[in-house]
Ligand binder design. Sequence first.
Ligand SMILES: [Mn+2]
Length: 347
Amino acid sequence: MDLERSLEISERMIEKVRGKRNILIVAHDNPDPDALAAAYALSHLFLIKTGQTAVIASGGIVGRRENRTMVEKLEISVVPMNKIVLDQYDVVCMVDSQPGTGNSSLPDDCRVDIIIDHHPQRIEDTDGRLLDIRTDYGACATILYEYLLAHQVYFGTRLATAMFYAIRSETQDLGREWSSPDRRAYQDLLSLSNNRILFDIAHAKVPSSYFLNFNRALESSRIFHDVLVFNLFEVDHPDMVAELADFLLRMEGVGVVLGMGCCDQEEVLSLRLDREDLFAGKIIRTIVEGLGSAGGHGMIAGGQIRPMTGNRAVQKELENTLIKRLLKTLDYEPVKGRRLLDCEGNN
Ligand SMILES: [Mn+2]
């Protein structure tokens, strides 16, 4: 942990918002637990240090049932971006994301004063903005936990549970892309969390469409070398693509998963790797070049292509294009994929 750095930078953030009328904290679109917990923790820090209440906003939806349960049980209030009148805000903060990366509904020309993130730095210069970008951290929530610790700010069970669940889900229980500060935060926060709520979040009930999506992912899965590609075509929320990409990465002999699905005229892509010789964020940006926007970490990355039509033939054509590009990027010969469901007995 770097408490000195955390104290210094967060102090400057607090001074920046002090006395300002309206403070906005923007999480990326379709916010995940890490973005939600980071936004919640930042608003708490401001509240305790300055007495000011910030508004948390994001575009898209909280789709995944676990995340919806988290928002409900922990009473995190998130305002849809389209309800936000930007002119009314004196300070704009962004967490778990950066301006211009394509995963936020905040207009690109909107001034952002404070940026806290753990994704690779994409903005060129600071331009008077306060930046805390720590790419070695597994979760953005860990950075915020350090701020609270550095200021010795008291926080209750709800915020502890939110940050704990964020680190847990983002790093898959410290199994994926975690660092020692994440581990420290995870351990500290576990004892402060509400276990009952954690259980309710992890075991949230899901509708039948959830299982139909699993079925569609399995039916469509094809394997090329060690690359598995699935296409959900129409999907009701984008998180489903990421969840299924995580799930399918467990397939034996598979080191790369590319998932696709179309939601609200946007093609959502999810890339998962368990090969340490590759960097997911770079690969996905290469394959969507000229088509859309993308970014991510070493083992997890996402992208979006818009506008996308609901026409299946067009979606299928895009899938073929992306497969071709992906195989080329990985230096693989083009091959005809074999269906996952035909693989029985082949291992
Ligand atoms: Mn994150």
